[in-house]
Design a protein around this ligand. Structure first.
Ligand SMILES: *Cc1c(COP(=O)(O)O)cnc(C)c1O
Length: 411
C-alpha cells in the first residue's frame, strides 16, 4: 500500500506522546534525526542551568553542597534513570563518562570471578568499549585476555574461562538489538557476569535490567536522555553484587565517610562506592532535566512509536527511492533499536546535502547513513518529510556539489 503524508498526519493526531514535543527547544526548519548521538535541549534545562549558576553557585556558593542537595545529585539522577532501565533507584548512579564507567565495572567484574581471565565481547562493538578492555588487559599484563566472538558465536564462546561478557545492547552502527535476557542467562550458566552498555537503549527501548537478571550496566547521558553535550553517564550494579564489588578507582566521593578525611580507604555501602571524584554539578543538573522528562513517558509507548517510525521510514525510503540504498538495520522492528541505518558508497556527501536541507542525521564510516528516531520530540510527518528530502537528494544529485565533499573532525 502506498503511503501518503495524510496517513502520517493521522498518526500524529492519535499519538499519545505528542504533548512531549513542546517541552523541547527545537530550531525552526530542522528535522532532527540525530538524537541517538546528541539529544535536543529540553526547555527546562536552560532555566535550570541559569538558576544553578546564578543562585546556587553565584549566591549560595559552597553552602549549596548541602542546601541545594548537590552532594546527593549523582544518586538522585541515578534513581530517576533506574526507572527508565528497569532497575531499583539504589542500583544506579550518575557519574563520569561511559568510557570511565566501563573501566570501573569491567575491572571490578574480573575480580569477582577469580581464576577466570577472559572478557568476552564482539568485533565491531563501539570502539571505546573495546579500547577500554584493551587498556585494562595491558595494565593487568596477562591476567586478563580480551576475546571477541561474532554475535552468532557468543553462546559457544561462553566457556569456563570467561569472567565477563561485555556487550552493547543496541549496536551503534546497525541498530541491532541483543537478546539481553537470553545472553545473560547463557552467561550465568557458564559462570560469567554480564556488563551491558545501554548507550543506545536507555530512553529508546523498554530496558528491563532486573527482569533480565543483568549484573552490571553502563550508559550514556547525552543521547536519548537529552543531558547535553558531554553529560555525565550512569552505571548500574545489581543489588546482589553491591557489597562484593570493589571499585578500582577508589576515590574519596565513593568513601564511606569522605568528610572524616581518614587516611584509609573504606568503600561506601551500596551504589555510592562507584563515585570517584567530585561530580560535575552543572552537568548533572542538565542531565536531571533531560531524565525527568524521559521518566514521565511510558516506555512501552516510546518503544511502540520508535518501532513504528523506523518501519515507516524504511517503507517510505523504499517507496520514494527504490533500490537507492542498502538497509543495514534489521527490517524487523522488534530486532532494531531506535535508529535506521542505510548504506551508500557516497553516504557522507549525501548526509551533508541532507543537513543543508535541515534534515540532520549522521554518517558512520565507511558507508553508513544513520537516522535516529526519538519519539518524544519527533512527529510522524517528520518521517515523511525526511524521506522526501532524502529522495530529492538522490534524484537531484546535489550531493555531488563540492561543498558536500569536505569531512569535519566529527562526522
Ligand atoms: C556513545 C557511546 C559511548 C560514549 O562513551 P563516552 O565515554 O561518553 O565518550 C560508549 N559506548 C557506546 C556503545 C556508545 O554508543
Amino acid at each position: 500500500m502506498t503511503l501518503t503524508r495524510a496517513d502520517l498526519e493521522a498518526l500524529d493526531r492519535d499519538d499519545p506522546l505528542a504533548g512531549f514535543r513542546s517541552r523541547f527547544s527545537l530550531p525552526e526548519g530542522v528535522i532532527y534525526l540525530d538524537g541517538n548521538s546528541l539529544g535536543v535541549l529540553p526547555k527546562a534545562t536552560a532555566a535550570r542551568l541559569a538558576d544553578v549558576v546564578q543562585r546556587e553557585w553565584g549566591m549560595d556558593l559552597i553552602r549549596s553542597w548541602n542546601s541545594a542537595g548537590w552532594i546527593d545529585l549523582p544518586q538522585r539522577v541515578g534513581g530517576l534513570i533506574a526507572g527508565i532501565v528497569g532497575a531499583e533507584p539504589d542500583e544506579v548512579v550518575a557519574a563520569d563518562s561511559t568510557s570511565v564507567n566501563l573501566f570501573k565495572l569491567a575491572a571490578a567484574a574480573v575480580r569477582l570471578r577469580p581464576g577466570r581471565r577472559v572478557i568476552l565481547s564482539e568485533p565491531g562493538n563501539f570502539p571505546t568499549d573495546l579500547y577500554i578492555l584493551q587498556g585494562l588487559a595491558e595494565m593487568l599484563d596477562g591476567q586478563v585476555e580480551v576475546r571477541l566472538a561474532e554475535r552468532e558465536r557468543l553462546a559457544e564462546a561462553l566457556t569456563d574461562e570467561v569472567a565477563l561478557l561485555l556487550l552493547t545492547h543496541v549496536h551503534y552502527k546497525t541498530g541491532r538489538v541483543h537478546d539481553m535476557a537470553g545472553l545473560t542467562a547463557a552467561a550465568h550458566r557458564a559462570g560469567a557476569l554480564t556488563l551491558w552498555d545501554l548507550s543506545h537503549s536507555a530512553g529508546a527501548l523498554d530496558v528491563e535490567l532486573n527482569r533480565c537478571n543483568a549484573d552490571l550496566a553502563v550508559g550514556c547521558g547525552y543521547k536519548y536522555l537529552n543531558g547535553g553535550p558531554g553529560a555525565p553517564a550512569f552505571l548500574y550494579v545489581a543489588r546482589r553484587h553491591q557489597d562484593a564489588v570493589r571499585p578500582p578507582l577508589s576515590g574519596w566521593m565513593g568513601h564511606a565517610a569522605p568528610f572524616d578525611f581518614r587516611d584509609d580507604y573504606a568503600p561506601a555501602p551500596g551504589i555510592t562506592r562507584h563515585l570517584c571524584g567530585t561530580p560535575s554539578i552543572l552537568g548533572l543538573a542538565a542531565l536531571e532535566e533531560g531524565v525527568r522528562i524521559m521518566a514521565e513517558a511510558d516506555m512501552a509507548q516510546v518503544r511502540a512509536k520508535s518501532v513504528r517510525m523506523g518501519d515507516l521510514f524504511i517503507q517510505l525510503v523504499g517507496q520514494m527511492c527504490p533500490d537507492a540504498f542498502g538497509l543495514l538495520s534489521p527490517r524487523d522492528g522488534s530486532l532494531r533499536g531506535s535508529q535506521v541505518s542505510l548504506t551508500h558508497p557516497q553516504g557522507h556527501a549525501m548526509v551533508q546535502a541532507l543537513i543543508a536541507r535541515g534534515v540532520i542525521g549522521d554518517f558512520r564510516a565507511p558507508d553508513v547513513l544513520r537516522f535516529g528516531f526519538t519519539p518524544l520530540y519527533l512527529r510522524y510527518v517528520d518521517v515523511w518529510d525526511a524521506s522526501r528530502h532524502l529522495a530529492e537528494v538522490v534524484r537531484s544529485g546535489e550531493w555531488q556539489e563540492e561543498r558536500f565533499q569536505a569531512r569535519g573532525k566529527v562526522t
